[in-house]
Design a protein. Structure first.
Length: 214
């Protein structure tokens, strides 16, 4: 009786194994083969000044939450909708325009605003009003000798805070309260104040994001 039970158990196990095998085999045969070869069939298309791009040197790229592509160039900020470009340039005597045509970095905050670093300060592009709000690091710390050339910018994914850097250090700005904090190079033991790039990684075990800069 025990041997019969064992035989039935083995037979059942084999049937289950065969069933799983056939299911996997059929699934594999039904899956389109191009799924496994997509990596070898990548196609690249070029977008140039002939398509409406304002200038050929791209300093930064962003794909925003609305689906637009943004390209920062040395001659204006370009918004691309997949068909045509909208170019934002500095307008003399218009404080609501971007502060410089030479854009260096770009990111999107938790409220959907765009933050653009340029050779002449930081700009917040407000989608609702369709205008730029200009921020200058020299004005933030009340020292005209400081550089307005922005190397990198990072918008927090959880708080109304942005981080940006220039050759004098790292700055933290709460754009809702207007509070700005500067972190000088001797606080992180760097030999100079240059911070070329700011990164943000996933949340750590305490629920906070990690930020790195170099």
């Amino acid at each position: 009786m025990q041997n019969l039970f064992c035989a039935n158990t083995v037979r059942t196990t084999r049937l289950k194994t065969l069933s799983i095998f056939y299911i996997l085999l059929v699934s594999y045969l039904l899956i389109p083969k191009n799924i496994f070869t997509q990596g070898n069939n990548l196609r690249f298309e070029s977008i140039t000044i002939n398509d409406g791009l304002s200038q050929g040197t791209i300093r930064c790229i962003l794909h925003d939450s609305k689906g637009f592509m943004w390209f920062g160039t040395q001659d204006g900020l370009n918004r691309y909708d997949g068909h045509s470009f909208k170019i934002f340039r500095n307008e003399i005597n218009n404080p609501n325009s971007i502060s410089s045509n030479n854009t260096t970095c770009i990111d999107e905050d938790v409220d959907g605003n765009l933050w653009v670093g340029t050779l002449n300060g930081v700009n917040k592009f407000e989608r609702n009003s369709y205008r730029f709000v200009q921020y200058f690091s020299s004005k933030e710390i009340h020292d005209d000798k400081f550089s307005n050339t922005i190397y990198s910018i990072l918008a927090s994914k959880t708080d109304p805070v942005i981080w940006y850097s220039n050759r004098q250090g790292l700055f933290e700005l709460n754009y809702r309260t207007g509070k700005s904090t500067r972190y000088q190079y001797n606080e992180w033991n760097k030999k100079d104040g240059n911070i070329n790039k700011i990164f943000q990684y996933d949340k750590n075990t305490t629920g906070h994001y990690k930020r790195y800069f170099f």
